[in-house]
Design a protein around this ligand. Sequence first.
Ligand code: F6P
Length: 333
Amino acid sequence: MKRIAVLTSGGDAPGMNAAIRAIVLAGHYFGLEVIGYRHGFNGLLEQEYQILQTSDVNNIIQRGGTILKSARCKPFKTDQGGQQAAANLQALEIDALIIIGGDGSFRGAVHLSRFWSGAILGLPGTIDNDINGTDATIGYYTAIDTALESIDKVRDTADAFERIFLIEVMGRHAGFIGLSAAVCSGAEQVLLPELCTEQLPELTELVAHIQTAQQIRGKCSYIMVVSENTWPGGSAVLAQQLAEKTGIDCRPVILGHVQRGGSPVSLDRILASKLGAYAVEAAIGGKTGIMIGEQNQQVVEVPFPQTWDKAKSLDPYLLHIQTEMFDLVKNNH
Ligand code: F6P
């Protein structure tokens, strides 16, 4: 093996740069040349790349975003796109490609393997933490802390004005950020995709919860963490509906892309460093078609289809304490 390549794809996540750094340092440690494709799979189609020297990854471990840029790339998903990417990888004599991204990027990896025989490995990079086979994804810990910092600040106003705040967090299909942020911030209510897909809570139920919390339990501020895409029309619509029914001032705060940015926290840097280095070793060892993840602090190799074959479950105990034990409306002893 002489030359490996790396790209970042899909939503950027804090720690992607730390992973790129790990791949470059490990690659050079083993005497390999490292190529960085730019703009995700677009870089493969357009042959847009840069050679990555160790000096290129100086001072990037602490930076959010990705020095290689990222993108979502529809043309790559076609057979023509796969063939073009394979031809470009062959032209550069790449032996292994490491893809840092989420499940969409791993599906892209499997698509590419239909056209290219080089080794393809993945690193879980997404704030959503919605990838099976790894306890955490690179970027998830930072996103929780970012959301939490905002919620703690909003709590001050919620308390001072005795208002209700709905904090909308990211996670299109998964409530990992929502549940963690709710537990860490002591939120009074949480709406997660996992709890709402089959049956949305009734508006009357949410209203009754607020009224009981405020009138009977003496709560003078009320924070509801809402994962994006759970309530029809979004958290702004829900805030308006709740304000009308309760007569209490209800404000939505949509955290949005701030959750994707910022300097990665230590846990994301450690995860990215460990998985990035291991991916290079696995590629040298002839491994392909796998994501490198971590379970119980052990690095694991997970075949790509297992990363998306079923929805990753939320921690049931964390869910129980947030929605039952710590819910002062339900726990009225
Ligand atoms: O997958 C990461 C993520 O940040 C999701 O939480 C969010 O729904 C989505 O990406 C937003 O994507 P975009 O920035 O392309 O709108």
